[in-house]
Design a protein around this ligand. Structure first.
Ligand SMILES: Nc1ncnc2c1ncn2[C@@H]1O[C@H](COP(=O)(O)OP(=O)(O)O)[C@@H](O)[C@H]1O
Ligand SMILES: [Mg+2]
Length: 351
């Protein structure tokens, strides 16, 4: 054997990744032990034939398909079952030596992917378990601060109210984190309870919550006017519909100083809720970004109002999961309209 080839073989054997080199007829040119261990294939049996005719490896065939079509470096993530275990693997594919050969680099990321899964499970459990103690803490603080019980002096009450405000902030942040977690892990739609719900009741409930909330939000909420034909029903999850309307409405009230209108209307298939403000508006180049997670424009209004840039991302994700939509039209210095659409609930319920 030529000594250069011997060097290359030794080099390939020492690499910490699986290597397979094929010619354009899909015949094996070279491979290393790690590729063999990862795929559990006896490559010796398929040295003289098209590799994909000899063994059933659809994910490898897919990985080389684009290279054969003349594309350069490709990367894919795959999971496959081999010898009673699920392997997670990154496959990088690239043409070599003037397109006469294709090199496949296989990296076993099963352990990393398991750690990722454990991390997600831990976050999911944490976000679930923290809800009850936090809600007990909120109720307790509310009870002792309640004037009618007369349990505490004015100065102690002030401190307790501060505590209550902070607990509320933590609860809201955790709610957003839980929604983000459910959306990112693909668990959100399984948690939806889709039913025929009274949209006007949802809107009134959002409005009541705003009016009952702490100042300045409760005062801000007085700028809202609601118009539409009653009754209107939608096929949607009650809590999520409430959250979507609340998120969009809160923005309109926080990021503009003038009146805000909520107008709802229905046709046979679809119900539309328009939330219109007369604030500073959103520049055209910013508009596509407002629905991405953590995005906040740096303006005096966003600096004045605390937020985490998750509200619109979560609202749009849930609207789409319920077969609806959320979109925005805006004109700088004239104002902004957000449109929430949801599938119509059809027939009006009696009683
Ligand atoms: N009605 C509105 N008028 C002007 N800007 C808005 C309006 N609604 C949303 N925005 C912009 O979109 C960004 C993202 O909104 P959102 O996801 O609710 O996050 P947050 O309110 O926490 O900043 C806001 O920070 C703001 O820059
Ligand atoms: Mg917001």
């Amino acid at each position: 054997m030529n000594s250069d080839i011997g060097d290359i073989d030794r080099f390939i054997e020492r690499l910490p990744v699986g290597i397979i080199i094929l010619d354009t007829a899909m015949q094996l040119v070279r491979y290393n032990d790690l590729a063999l261990q990862l795929l559990q294939i006896d490559f010796e049996d398929c040295l003289t034939d098209d590799l994909f005719k000899a063994v059933d490896l659809p994910f490898l065939r897919d990985a080389v398909a684009d290279i054969i079509e003349g594309k350069s470096l490709q990367q894919s993530h795959v999971k496959f079952d081999i010898a009673n275990r699920t392997v997670a693997c990154t496959i990088k594919t690239t043409p070599v030596t003037g397109n006469s050969e294709i090199i496949l680099i296989l990296e076993d990321i099963t352990n990393l992917s398991n750690i990722d899964k454990m991390k997600q499970e831990f976050i999911g459990t944490f976000l679930h378990k923290i809800r009850n103690p936090l809600s007990t803490l909120k109720t307790s603080l509310e009870l002792v601060t309640d004037k009618q019980l007369g349990l505490v002096s004015d100065s102690v009450k002030e401190i307790l109210e501060m505590g209550f405000h902070e607990v509320n902030r933590i609860a809201m942040l955790l709610n957003d984190m839980r929604d983000l977690y459910l959306i990112e892990t693909g668990l959100a739609s399984a948690n939806l309870a889709i039913e025929n719900i009274d949209l006007v009741a949802v809107i009134n409930s959002v409005n009541d919550d705003f009016l009952k909330s702490e100042p300045p939000m409760s005062e801000t909420a007085r700028r809202l006017s609601i118009t539409g034909d009653t009754p209107v029903f939608v096929n949607a999850d009650y809590e999520k519909t409430k959250m979507i309307i609340a998120n969009v409405l809160k923005n309109a009230l926080q990021y503009s100083d003038e009146n805000v209108e909520l107008i709802y209307s229905a046709d046979e298939d679809c119900v539309t809720i328009q939330i219109r403000d007369h604030g500073t508006g959103i520049a055209e180049e910013i508009l596509p970004q407002i629905f991405t997670r953590y995005f906040r424009e740096d303006t005096s209004a966003t600096r004045k109002n605390e937020g985490n840039g998750l509200g619109l991302f979560i609202a749009k994700s849930y609207a789409e999961l319920m077969n609806g939509s959320l979109f925005c039209e805006s004109k700088v210095n004239a104002g902004t309209s957000f449109f929430i659409t949801l599938p119509s609930g059809g027939a009006v319920r009696n009683g």
